[in-house]
Design a protein around this ligand. Structure first.
Ligand code: GLO
Ligand code: MG
Ligand code: MG
Length: 419
């Protein structure tokens, strides 16, 4: 093939994207509770060792593009859209009005707001720093986010305390830090109760998001389970308002099974919100598009969530790779991520209804019998023997799930050449 001239590259990408097929209409996409973060679309491809590869883009363009694709919800950090120096000042009101206009013109709703407590120099020693002025400022920031959230019609506020930790141990007291962090959350919940009452709206769902490493070397609340313990610690004045926003990759990063982490959150009644993406175990936070690395694991995650009635948002917290152009961000990254998610969600429904999986699962739950009236509860060997053949069904179910993922259950076959 000859080198492709610059002015023909977008057409090539569009043609091949179209040739991939299998995309859903914007109307279909809008039926799912999928949110697109401002920061994900605006991400310029920069990182520690990387200069940006894409130009800056503002919220008006991002919201318009999300509307066109059929991403019905939008989420944002306070400082993604309001400069730090404008927070809580008149300029904030003007920006909020522009946001409201952009959202309503494009048929997109704001689902979630979050406070940036990791980027600015003020957070160098975390939002729960020793200096009382930093902690007061943190309270102002989370309360201001709650107010902006109510203005924009959001239902969720997310907190990612990635800077709550340290590089060197011994300088801070973890107990103090966690108490101080709880004070900021308490301030946010208190303000939420006031504002919600005044506006006649429900209070927001406040969601903690864990990540095991980055940007601190050691993180005080590194996993969703650590956060469940924190919520139940007695430090929060409104623990019933606070739950979790697990991120798929963040649970994988520490080596956990995302599906099991989600199950623990569901058991605790705390799975409020879910950041969806993909990546690798025990690596950094690469935020790859959902289903591009672990589609089988994703299918399993969605089977769990569908089986247990999760009805919160799926937030596309991923970073289009720096090899993708800004054209590609909206032509390939977002629509393809949404469509993979929808396909996996529908496949999960198929897996739940699959007669083979159902019969195998029912049989496993019924358990085996040795033909006698009842198993002797003291006889381990007899119990093991009575179940031995049934347990093969575990592997059979796993095989069936792969068949569903690959479409083999619907008759997709490969003809093998004789040779
Ligand atoms: C970073 C986090 C981050 C949060 C966001 C929402 O690793 O995933 O993107 O999701 O700040 O609070
Ligand atoms: Mg996240
Ligand atoms: Mg991440």
């Amino acid at each position: 093939m000859k080198p492709v001239p610059i002015d023909q590259q977008q057409a090539l990408v569009s043609r091949l994207m179209h040739a991939c097929g299998g995309s859903y209409s914007p109307e279909t996409r809008r039926k799912y509770y999928i949110s697109g973060p401002q920061w994900a679309a605006a991400y310029q491809g920069q990182a520690l060792f990387h200069a940006p590869t894409r130009p800056a883009i503002g919220f008006e363009d991002v919201i318009r593009k999300y509307g066109e694709i059929g991403i019905g919800y939008w989420s944002t950090h306070d400082t993604d859209v309001i400069p730090t120096e404008a927070l809580g000042r008149d300029q904030q009101g003007e920006i909020v009005a522009r946001l409201q206009k952009a959202l309503s013109e494009n048929g997109v709703k704001c689902s979630m707001v979050t406070t940036e407590t990791f980027y600015h120099a003020v957070w160098a020693a975390s939002p729960a720093a020793e200096a009382p002025a930093v902690r007061e400022y943190a309270k102002f920031r989370v309360q201001n986010t709650v107010e902006v959230g109510h203005e924009l019609g959001a239902g969720f506020a997310v907190y990612w305390p990635g800077s709550l930790g340290y590089y060197v141990q011994g300088a801070i007291d973890e107990m103090d830090t966690l108490r101080w962090y709880a004070e900021a959350l308490n301030a946010a919940c208190d303000r939420d109760i006031e504002v919600a009452a005044k506006k006649g709206r429900p209070t927001l769902k406040h969601c903690l998001e864990a990540k095991p490493f980055e940007p601190q070397a050691e993180i005080l609340l590194p996993t969703s389970d650590a956060m469940l313990a924190f919520i139940a610690s007695g430090l929060l004045t409104h623990p019933e308002m606070v739950g979790l926003n697990p991120e798929y990759l963040h649970e994988l990063m520490w080596g956990g099974a995302p599906r099991a982490a989600l199950a623990r959150a569901l058991l605790a009644g705390k799975l409020f919100h879910f950041d969806i993406n993909d990546g690798y175990r025990l690596k950094h936070d690469v935020d790859i598009g959902v289903g591009l690395v672990n589609p089988l694991d994703w299918l399993n995650v969605l089977v769990l969530l569908r089986s247990h009635g999760y009805n919160g948002p799926f937030n596309l917290d991923y970073k289009p790779p720096r090899t993708t152009s800004q054209f590609g961000v909206f032509e390939v990254s977002f629509p393809s991520a949404v469509d993979r998610f929808i396909t996996l969600w529908e496949m999960a429904g198929e897996a739940i209804a699959d007669p083979i999986i159902k019969e195998a699962t029912d049989a496993l739950k019924a358990g085996g019998s040795d033909g006698n009236s009842g198993n002797d509860p003291r006889d381990a060997d007899a119990i093991a023997k009575a179940n031995r053949e049934l347990l093969t069904l575990h592997e059979l179910i796993a095989h069936r799930l792969v068949q569903i993922l690959l479409g083999l259950d619907r008759g997709r076959v490969f003809s093998i050449q004789k040779g």
